[in-house]
Design a protein. Structure first.
Length: 114
């Protein structure tokens, strides 16, 4: 039962995230430049503050599984979203008493987030 719920949550997260994949916001270009800097493709003078101080996700994206930075950023975002869901389940387990309430609360979180 638990594996099935986690599978459904993971698939729903990916499906609901697809419209946002490779979607660039006004600050996305700065994080992509920072990731390119970590790869050695950009020099230090092309970095802008405060974006240059937020290094964790661009560093992970620069050393991600593919050469496509957009995919690496999207994969990191989906993984962190699923991790946040799992953290929420730990809190939700302390608040509700039945597994039905837990499942409904969990699925509500997944479909209401986007």
């Amino acid at each position: 039962m638990r594996f099935r719920l986690l599978s459904v949550v993971f698939v729903l997260t990916i499906l609901l995230s697809l419209p946002r994949c490779a979607h660039h916001t006004p600050d996305s270009k700065h994080y992509i430049i920072l990731a390119k800097y970590f790869r050695g493709d950009r020099d230090r003078h092309s970095l802008r503050t405060p974006f240059a101080y937020r290094v964790l996700v661009p560093l992970l994206a620069a050393h991600g599984p593919t050469d496509d930075l957009d995919f690496n950023f999207a994969a990191i975002n989906v993984a962190c979203t699923v991790a946040a869901y799992l953290l929420f389940v730990a809190y939700l387990k302390k608040l509700v008493t039945s597994s039905t309430e837990l499942n409904v609360g969990f699925l509500l979180l997944v479909v209401s987030f986007p």
